[in-house]
Design a protein around this ligand. Structure first.
Ligand code: THU
Length: 158
C-alpha cells in the first residue's frame, strides 16, 4: 500500500517581525473586528484583503438569528473585494479575532467553507492567496491557501 504524506508550511512569528505592508493589513483586520455583528457568539472577527492593484478591503463576521444565514469575516471581505474589483487577483488575507475584551492569544484559522472560497479565488486568478492569521502577539503566515486545504476538490483538473 502506498501512503500519501501531506505537508503544510506555516511560519510562526511575532507581530514585530512582520513587514510594514503586512503590519498594515493586520491592523486593518484588527480594526474591522469593531464592525462585526456578532450578538450570538460574541466572537468578533475581522478580515482584510489585499488585492494585486494594492487596494485593501475589510470585512467582519455578520451573524443572523437564523444562525446559518450569517457569514464569516473572511467571506464577507472576499466577496466584497471580488464584487468591487472582479479583475484583481487576491494577494493576501489577514484575519484577527476579538472576544471577552481582547484579541485572542492563538491565531484563528478560517473555517472549511471559507477555505473553499479562498481556494476559488486562488484558482480563479491563478495567484497564490497568502494568509496572515493574527493572534494577540503570535502570527501564522501561510504562503498559499492549499496549505490549509490540501486534497481539495477541483473538477477542472480532472
Ligand atoms: N468566524 C469567522 O468570521 N471567521 C472564522 O475564521 C471563524 C469563525 C465567525 C463565525 C461566527 O460569527 C463566529 O465567528 C463564531 O464562530
Amino acid at each position: 500500500m502506498k501512503e500519501l504524506k501531506i505537508t503544510a508550511k506555516i511560519q510562526v512569528c511575532s507581530y514585530n517581525e512582520l513587514t510594514f505592508p503586512e503590519k498594515n493589513l493586520t491592523n486593518i483586520a484588527k480594526e474591522a473586528v469593531k464592525r462585526s455583528y456578532s450578538p450570538y457568539s460574541k466572537f468578533q472577527v475581522g478580515a482584510a484583503v489585499l488585492l494585486n492593484n494594492g487596494e485593501m478591503v475589510s470585512g467582519s463576521n455578520q451573524e443572523n438569528v437564523a444562525y446559518p444565514s450569517g457569514l464569516c469575516a473572511e467571506r464577507t471581505a472576499l466577496f466584497y473585494a471580488n464584487a468591487q474589483f472582479p479583475d484583481e487577483a487576491v494577494d493576501t488575507i489577514a484575519v484577527a479575532a476579538y472576544t471577552n475584551g481582547d484579541f485572542v492569544e492563538e491565531p484563528i484559522s478560517p473555517c472549511g467553507a471559507c477555505r473553499q472560497v479562498i481556494l476559488e479565488a486562488q484558482n480563479r486568478y491563478n495567484h497564490p492567496v497568502q494568509m496572515i492569521l493574527c493572534g494577540k502577539e503570535i502570527v501564522y503566515k501561510v504562503e498559499k491557501i492549499t496549505d490549509l486545504l490540501p486534497l481539495s476538490f477541483d473538477s477542472l483538473s480532472k
